[in-house]
Design a binder for this molecule. Sequence first.
Ligand code: CP
Ligand code: NVA
Length: 307
Amino acid sequence: MKHLASLIDWNSESILDLIGLAATIKKFPEKYHQALKNKTMLMIFEKPSLRTRVSFEVAMTQLGGHAIHLDAKDSPLGEKESISDTAKVSSRYCDIIMARLFRQEDIIELAKSSTVPVINGLTDTFHPCQILSDLFTINENKGRLKGLKLSFVGDGNNNITHELLLGCPAAGMDISVGCPKSLMPQKWVVDIAMKKAKTSGSKITINNNSKEAAKDADVVYTDTWMSYHVPKNEKIKRVSLLKPYQVSSDLMKLAKKDAVFMHCLPAMRGYEQAEEVIDGRQSIVFDQAENRLHMQKAIILKLLGKM
Ligand code: CP
Ligand code: NVA
């Protein structure tokens, strides 16, 4: 049974294959309108969402199937019912499960006990659907991935940063992270990323200097300073810690002339990026958001063995 818990065990070939399929689906969506007739996806959410919820539900509708939204608060999950029992019961009704949970361990547990494919729709540690869509978006914009440099500036101990650290080297891209000392990516993720980089010949640099990270980048990427799982009372402390890592117009000038600005969204203008950056000509954030739909169709079809 193949799942998508993170990009840890997805190699370069399987990622490029998904990007190719997403491009075909985007170009000829009508060809796939009956692909998942009578198939049902269960979508479990422990955290809020706009893009993930809507794009997965639309994807299932456009593929001829159906999606059920289950707010974890409205289910016995975690309190009266174990993750394992939830997986076993849901597998008897549904053909595929997508879950947005707090703990990565819970996604792994869900996948272990499920007899149908499980997709991680974001945990505190990883966000594979986002980064696959982003690689597709970069390829669409630049015409290639290999040899490009992506710079991530901001919260380094973050699901987006972690997944970029796995996805970029697998796609043959260099990645440079600039983040505060107290918000560095988790070491075990960096170790896996380094192994991927060794195989592909990509370069990974992690330091505490946003200018150094952004230098000569093809892509400048940032993410919220207040991820869903971060307690709200940490806001003031985080804003002052992360302020030097804001993506400003000046920082964008250090990247290549034709560099693009990316953000998985939701974004807070005036915090992780200046308003003129996210709303400026280099920003491709809404292409990123749209491509979640096309990439997730590709992911679902692959995991269900339809392609
Ligand atoms: N980028 C993303 O996953 O957005 P949502 O939190 O709105 O799903
Ligand atoms: N790091 C962000 C990503 C949102 C899509 C969060 O976890 O809230």
